[in-house]
Design a protein around this ligand. Structure first.
Ligand code: MG
Length: 304
């Protein structure tokens, strides 16, 4: 078996576990190639000959994994996501057993599921068209602000950083959204608009109740204006009702689409999978890339 492991050595405190994985994986007659992304090696360099391998392992946190997977879209190569970052939400969504030895076993077995990615496109500060894949969420407004604030405390706070930062936004900016989704147009006021590929955001909290990463659709959520006091119950409700079905999400307007084009006035900043996009785009598109990834799963996976 020829296995390519693409690893971000700066991914976080669990960064060394990938070596335990490689140890558990390796057998006679295998070829295991390590490529370390960072300065001098971008995900596109590391994945150039990916099709010549039997397996590719994407190891890092959500940001690195998102960038690696985007490069691997439509290659058909079985890809294993290895959770070595501070936040591994996408891995949690896949639901594989997290121990390195168990992941090595799944990698060798090579059982896969076809899943979607989202793709975000926007114009940068110089008016150039830009594109990037996302595996969890991309969006504008409240969400970008949460991510920005969370960044500073990311290393220490890990998974609860997002919620703490949500609570420290006293009066979020309200903007007007025009959303064209699969031929329909909606005009809404809101403090943010997110496109989701997967449902679970943090700590089992389900932001998009019926969201699946294998239905060929992205889930759009517009967060309607609310004072922090009104937002609080959503956070608490999410903790009490992880599946998001009983209590509902009254402040969210939700819909599903293959593709959506969003205009926002004024710009509220943008992010994808926790990475903040420089500049202030006032327009973006998000679409589903259906079944573009061939993800390795085990019998615990919700995708099985
Ligand atoms: Mg979906």
């Amino acid at each position: 078996m020829r296995c390519l492991i693409i690893h971000n050595p700066a991914s976080g405190p669990r960064s060394d576990e990938i070596f335990a994985f490689a140890h558990a994986l390796s057998r006679a007659d295998d070829e295991v190639v390590f490529r370390f992304i960072g300065d001098g090696m971008e995900p596109e360099d590391a994945t150039r000959d990916a099709r010549s391998f039997d397996r590719v392992v994407a190891s890092g946190g959500d940001g690195s994994v998102s960038s690696i997977l985007y490069q691997l879209r439509d290659t058909g190569v079985p890809v294993l996501v290895f959770p070595s970052g501070t936040s591994n939400l996408f891995f949690n969504n896949i639901g594989n057993a997290p121990e390195p030895a168990a992941l090595a076993q799944a990698c060798r077995a090579g059982k896969t599921a076809q899943v979607d990615m989202g793709e975000l496109s926007w114009k940068d500060e110089n008016g150039e068209e830009r594109r990037h894949g996302f595996i969890i969420i991309a969006g504008t407004g409240f969400d970008a602000e949460i991510m920005q604030k969370a960044e500073a405390s990311h290393g220490d706070m890990g998974e609860i950083a997002y919620f703490l930062s949500a609570l420290s936004t006293p009066s979020p900016q309200v903007a007007h959204f025009t959303i064209e989704h699969d031929g329909q147009v909606d005009e809404l006021d809101g403090i943010g608009c997110m496109a989701g590929n997967t449902a679970v955001i943090q700590n089992e909290i389900n932001l998009f109740p019926n969201c699946r990463m294998d239905d060929g659709l992205i889930d759009i959520a517009v967060i309607e204006p609310a004072k922090l006091v009104e937002l609080l119950p959503t956070v608490i409700a999410g903790m009490l009702d992880p599946a998001g079905k009983g209590l509902g999400r009254p402040q969210f307007k939700l819909f599903q689409a293959r593709e959506a084009r969003v205009t926002v006035t004024p710009s509220l900043g943008m992010e994808f999978d926790g990475e903040v996009i420089p500049g202030k785009p006032t327009e973006f598109s998000a679409r589903a890339l259906p079944k573009c990834l061939n993800l390795i799963i085990d019998r615990f996976s919700s995708l099985a």
